[in-house]
Design a protein around this ligand. Structure first.
Ligand code: PSU
Ligand code: MN
Length: 308
């Protein structure tokens, strides 16, 4: 298995020194945002991780290898290239075997982070149960991955392109903890609030790290979602963004968009309909997640070192 994995020098060194490492996904770069904002965002997020005391590991598939940590040049190529495959669990062996350029989704970033023994992963939003899933069966592989792979995902909740109630039901069935950080309800990505109450909320980074450690020491397989709301000053008006999301979903239907194209289409459409306001919000919430996620990673790393 090792032959498929390649750590960057920075990540390799962090491992040797026992430093905290934070995994970052690449689909958000290739399919979630346009160039050049995507590369700028990725670099800034990596720097936020460093500034808060951990080492960033952006994960992608390049030339038959799972890269754990990208160089600046790799990041640039990746953000610019128009033929990057969106790689979910289903696609991973094929993209590696045929040496294609691949971007890892939340699900695949979890798989790859786990292979490299990185437990904390920061992104923008997770995939979930799509609206209308009762007929389309469109349920993101991210949820199934959270059910089985021991990596915690720090995100700003999930977009209301998804059915948030069904997404929470699914996570409950699969035994995935959803922890609200400084929020009592599931944040809805562009907005700080939704009508969906969480059963575990905390203002304590330490409690989150301790909960993760306890979960995995008990051999309770699977990940966890840490939901961190977008900072107030960047949140969009709820009625405004929900109107736009409904419009985007309508256009997706009219254009018969389905499967893995669905989420990227909706993200692009929402950006277009908001004149880029959704992109600004998206970038700011990822940066905030990077800060909080790194604090969790540093705390978790200390705890696991103490007990080993
Ligand atoms: N949500 C976002 N931005 C994203 C994604 C989700 O706000 O870029 C990406 C993530 O990589 C996530 C994937 O894992 O979309 C989910 O795709 P699907 O719904 O096809 O599983
Ligand atoms: Mn899907």
């Amino acid at each position: 298995m090792k032959k498929y994995i390649e750590l960057s020098t920075e990540v390799q060194q962090a491992k040797e020194e026992g430093k905290a490492i934070v995994a970052l996904e690449s689909t958000i770069i290739s399919h979630g945002m346009p160039y050049p904002q995507n590369v700028k965002m990725a670099r800034e997020v990596e720097q936020i991780v460093r500034d808060n005391g951990a080492v960033p590991a952006t994960i992608a598939i390049i030339d038959g290898k799972i890269k754990i940590g990208l160089t600046d040049d790799e990041l640039e190529v990746f953000g610019k290239s128009s033929d990057v495959a969106k790689v979910s669990r289903r696609d991973l062996p094929q993209i590696i075997a045929t040496k294609q350029l691949g971007a890892t989704t939340v699900a695949t970033t979890m798989i790859c982070a786990d292979l490299a023994d990185i437990k904390i992963f920061v992104t923008g939003g997770i995939g979930g149960v799509h609206k209308g899933a009762e007929t389309t069966m469109d349920i993101s592989a991210d949820l199934e991955e959270l059910a089985q792979t021991d990596v915690a995902v720090i995100c700003a909740g999930a977009k209301s392109i998804l059915d948030l109630a069904l997404t929470l039901e699914y996570l409950e069935t699969k035994g995935v903890p959803v922890i609200g950080y400084e929020t009592e309800c599931l944040p809805a990505f562009y907005t700080r609030k939704s009508e969906h109450q969480l059963n575990f909320s905390t203002n304590s980074i330490n409690d989150i790290a301790e909960t993760l450690k306890t979960k995995w020491e008990l051999n309770l397989k699977g990940g966890a979602v840490i939901a961190n709301p977008i900072p107030k000053e960047y949140a969009l008006d709820e009625d405004y963004i929900n109107g736009i999301i409904d419009q985007a979903i309508k256009e997706a239907k009219e254009n018969h968009i389905s499967g893995k194209d669905s989420t990227p289409f909706l993200l692009g459409k929402i950006k277009e309909l908001t004149d880029g306001k959704s992109l600004d919000a998206n970038i700011e919430l990822v940066k905030h997640n990077a800060k909080v996620g790194t604090q969790i990673a540093v705390s978790f790393n200390k705890k696991t070192k103490m007990s080993s």
